[in-house]
Design a protein around this ligand. Structure first.
Ligand code: AMP
Length: 196
C-alpha cells in the first residue's frame, strides 16, 4: 500500500530495467490456476509470506531474462530471501556494488486508509475511491471491466500484513543502511514527486 508497485512501474519505464514484482507474479499464477498459484493462494489470502523456497525460485527464474537492470518490487521480504538474493547476485553478476534499496516510507495509518479504499481491475489498473476514483463507479476507465477488492485488502488481513512487514522487513532495511545503500523516500507525497 506504499505505492511501491506504481513507483517500480514508473522507474521501469524511465530506465528500461525489468520489473520483477513477486506479488504480481503470484497473482498471475493464481489467476492462471497453476500448481504454484494454487499453493500460493492461501498465503496471499491471509497476508502471510509465501514460503521462501517457492518465492526465491520464481525470482531466480525471472532473472534469466535479458535486461540492462532489474527492479525488485516486494522482494526480498525477509532476511532469508535477502541472503538468497545476495547468493544469486554473486553467481550471476561480476560485481554487485550497484545494488540499492529504495524504501517508500508510509505510516501504518496511511497504509490502512489507502488499502481499504483500493480497487483493482484485472487489466492491472489500480484505483482509490477518494484520490483516484474511476469515472463510472465500480467500472474500469480503460477496459470497462468490473472492479474488485484484493482479497488481502480486507482490514484484518491488512493488519497482519503490516505486522509481517515490521517484523520481517525491517531487518532488511538495517542491512542496506549499514551498507550505505538505502535510499529512503517519503511515500506520502505526490506520485510524480516520489518518482523524481
Ligand atoms: P504485494 O503485492 O507486494 O503487496 O504482495 C502481496 C502478497 O504476495 C504478500 O502479502 C505475500 O502473501 C505475497 N508475496 C509478495 N512478495 C512476496 C515475497 N517476496 N515473499 C513471500 N511472499 C510474497
Amino acid at each position: 500500500g506504499s505505492g511501491k508497485g506504481t513507483q517500480a512501474e514508473m522507474l521501469a519505464k524511465a530506465t528500461l530495467w525489468k520489473k520483477i514484482s513477486t506479488g504480481d507474479l503470484f497473482r498471475a499464477e493464481i489467476a492462471a490456476g497453476t500448481k504454484l498459484g494454487k499453493a500460493a493462494a492461501k498465503y496471499l489470502k491471509s497476508g502471510k509470506l509465501v514460503p521462501d523456497k517457492v518465492t526465491v525460485s520464481l525470482v531466480e527464474h525471472s532473472l534469466k531474462q535479458k535486461a540492462p537492470g532489474f527492479i525488485f518490487d516486494g522482494f526480498p521480504r525477509n532476511k532469508k530471501q535477502l541472503n538468497e538474493l545476495l547468493l544469486i547476485f554473486k553467481k550471476i553478476l561480476k560485481k554487485y556494488d550497484q545494488v540499492y534499496a529504495l524504501e517508500v516510507a508510509v505510516s501504518d495509518k496511511e497504509v490502512k486508509q489507502r488499502l481499504s479504499q483500493r480497487r483493482m481491475c484485472a487489466c492491472g489498473k489500480v484505483y482509490h475511491l477518494v484520490y483516484n476514483p474511476p469515472i463510472n463507479a465500480g467500472v474500469c476507465d480503460i477496459c470497462g471491466s468490473k472492479l474488485f477488492i484484493r482479497n488481502d485488502d480486507k482490514p484484518k488481513v491488512i493488519a497482519h500484513r503490516l505486522h509481517v512487514y515490521h517484523q520481517a522487513g525491517e531487518p532488511i532495511l538495517d542491512y542496506f543502511i549499514k551498507q550505505g545503500k538505502l535510499i529512503k523516500i517519503d511515500g506520502e507525497q505526490k506520485k510524480k514527486k516520489i518518482h523524481d
